[in-house]
Design a protein around this ligand. Structure first.
Ligand code: SAM
Length: 168
């Protein structure tokens, strides 16, 4: 991931590897936006991570997050699966021919929105994106297959504006 990021962003961008269960190595209010792409669903407890993301955002800053859509895994379970419990499941990922078990956490849509608002965010967008139209020509089979299917859920959530800016 770091190699990919370095290729896309060039040498002038600071890149850090962090564990999102830990305190982030950044000052309060350091960022306009936090982008959390397909990563929150690896965390059992979103509370401490969202609190950290909120801390490093400037007042009025945005968290832009995508996760696996919680209905997909629920519908793949047996019919007695309790949608409302947060449960782990394992998915096999293959890199360079080697297989790794990845533990993911499935939680309800309500558990997600509750975690965001409990961390002090104001939800401004909930989206269920379909493939980018550019994918129609690049990956025609995948595009046809994925367009009608639930895949991901995206959120935009704002850190509250400072008292001074909300007065003005
Ligand atoms: C599905 S990949 C998404 C990668 C990239 N953000 C993207 O959208 O293409 C999930 C990433 O989450 C990272 N990850 C999983 N648990 C993490 C944790 N506790 N702290 C930091 N990163 C974690 C994995 O190392 C992996 O790079």
């Amino acid at each position: 991931m770091l190699e990919l990021a370095r290729r896309r962003l060039g040498d002038d961008t600071a890149l850090h590897v962090v564990n999102l269960n830990d305190r982030l190595p950044f000052a309060d209010g350091a960022f306009d936006d936090v982008v959390a792409s397909l990563v929150l669903h690896y965390l059992e407890d979103w509370g401490p991570t969202l609190a950290e993301m909120r801390r490093v955002l400037r007042p009025g800053g945005r968290l832009i997050a995508s996760v696996n859509h919680p209905f997909v895994e629920h519908l793949a379970q047996n019919p007695r699966h309790n949608y409302f419990t947060t449960t782990s499941y394992t998915s096999e990922w293959t890199f360079n021919g080697k297989s790794f078990p990845m533990i993911l956490w499935r939680r309800s849509l309500h558990a997600m929105t509750d975690a965001l608002t409990s961390a002090g965010f104001r939800l401004t967008v909930i989206d269920e994106p379909q493939p980018d139209p550019a994918a129609r020509e690049l990956f025609p089979e995948d595009y046809q297959d994925l367009s009608p299917k639930l895949s991901f859920l995206c959120f935009v959530a704002e850190a509250p504006p400072s008292a001074a800016s909300s007065d003005g």
